[in-house]
Design a protein around this ligand. Structure first.
Ligand SMILES: Cc1ncc(COP(=O)(O)O)c(C=O)c1O
Length: 383
């Protein structure tokens, strides 16, 4: 297993900070906001009301009901989602792993559009399946098309991972792009594991869920969680929406590994999802703040016309091309080392996401820090 590249950069940045060197840390993958107060209050009340014991492995029913109701708000195709299709876990990361282990095994190929979030590769390999990277089109925000996936498929292909809005690029797949990929997967009988953890964080147009596009959910496993939208990374609550048989398998697997997610965290997530209107006010304010930072960062980069990056339409990352940097074999890693040592900015090299010619910077920080960081990145790149 490889060390998480994100954590390696963070450790280096911490070491510099410990020497008293002020580092601009654009490595982080989490919102810098506090969890909204009404959610924290609901958790405190739940502790006092006795939410201190094991729950059902798949999560408390009110939370699964609220998740199903929330999914149905987006006009799901076909029959409405039921709580029996929902399994709550310790974060979307665990739901993704449960799904991968339950759907794939030795000899199976799993298509992973790259650049992709780093853990998909390791999860697929832990399931003893083969991760097959499919490079996205640089002319289309590094997104893949159904044709590109089909060209990479073999008879051993059993499924694919989808992530929109994307970490690390911030690209958002359009309805048509998703529809074409879903139609291909359905025709081929592939599982689609759709990671929608950044769905609420999109700036130009609403990011669409596969639930509102796929004519059938028979081959769909949709993953989401509270971490990014509600600034609840530390509470560790994620979930899957999957066919009942798959949900049962995932529950059994989770029952033998971690059991239920923390009871108090489930009650916090329940407040976030069930109190939809109240949460929306908070989510919209956070997304508006991310959008301002995104706009500020893009404006700062306009002073460096030679710097190329993926248009950041969602999430809170900007993916910058560093191809050819100082002639290095791994330009992203060389750039990450140089920009940290020479300009005191921490970012993540693109090799962590399967594309060594790029780097990822997070703007989940104040606008002025993000702008200063991106200005230094562009300066290092063009110096
Ligand atoms: C694409 C993607 N999926 C899943 C996760 C995991 O989120 P959670 O905190 O819900 O486990 C992350 C976190 O960085 C992510 O970027």
């Amino acid at each position: 297993m490889k060390e998480s590249a994100t954590l390696a950069v963070a450790a280096k940045a911490r070491a510099l900070k410990a020497q008293g060197i002020p580092v601009i840390d654009l490595g982080a993958g989490e919102p810098d906001f506090d969890t909204p107060a009404f959610i924290r209050d609901a958790a405190a009340a739940a502790i006092e009301a006795g939410a201190t014991r094991y729950t059902n492995t798949e999560g408390i029913l009110p939370l699964r009901e609220a998740i199903a109701a929330d999914a149905n708000r987006v006009q799901v195709q076909g029959v409405p989602v039921t709580p029996a299709e929902v399994v709550v876990s310790n974060g979307s990361k665990q739901s993704l792993y449960n799904a991968v282990v339950c759907c794939f095994g030795p000899g199976d190929d799993v298509l992973i559009p790259i650049p992709s979030w780093t853990s998909y590769f390791e999860m697929v390999e832990l399931a003893r399946a083969n991760a097959v990277p499919v490079l996205g089109d640089a002319a289309n925000s590094l997104k893949v098309t159904a044709d590109m996936l089909e060209a990479a498929a073999t008879p051993a292909t059993k499924g694919l991972m989808l992530n929109s809005p994307s970490n690390p690029t911030g690209a958002v797949y359009s309805r048509d792009e998703l529809a074409a990929i879903l139609a291909l997967a359905s025709a081929k009988g592939w599982w689609v594991i759709a990671d929608e953890i950044y769905m609420r964080i999109a700036y130009e147009e609403r990011a669409q869920s596969v639930l509102e596009i796929a004519p059938s959910r028979d081959n769909l496993i949709v993953i989401n969680g509270v971490a990014k939208a509600y600034a609840m990374t530390g509470w560790r609550i994620g979930w899957s929406i999957a066919p009942v048989a798959v949900s049962k398998a995932m529950t059994n697997f989770q029952g033998h590994t971690t059991s239920n997610a923390a009871a108090v965290s489930q009650h916090a997530a329940l407040a976030a999802i069930a109190q939809h209107e109240r949460a929306n006010v908070e989510v919209e304010a956070m997304v508006a703040a991310f959008r301002k930072r995104r706009d500020a960062v893009v404006a700062a980069l306009s002073a460096f016309p030679s710097v190329q990056y993926v248009h950041p339409a969602g999430a809170f990352y900007i993916y910058v091309n560093v191809e050819g940097f100082r002639g290095a074999a791994d330009p992203g890693a060389a750039f990450a080392a140089a920009v940290l040592e020479e300009y005191q900015v921490a970012i993540v090299p693109g090799s962590a996401f399967g594309t060594p010619n790029w780097i990822r910077a997070s703007y989940a920080t104040t606008a002025s820090i993000a702008v200063e960081g991106l200005t230094r990145i562009a300066t290092c790149l063009t110096a």
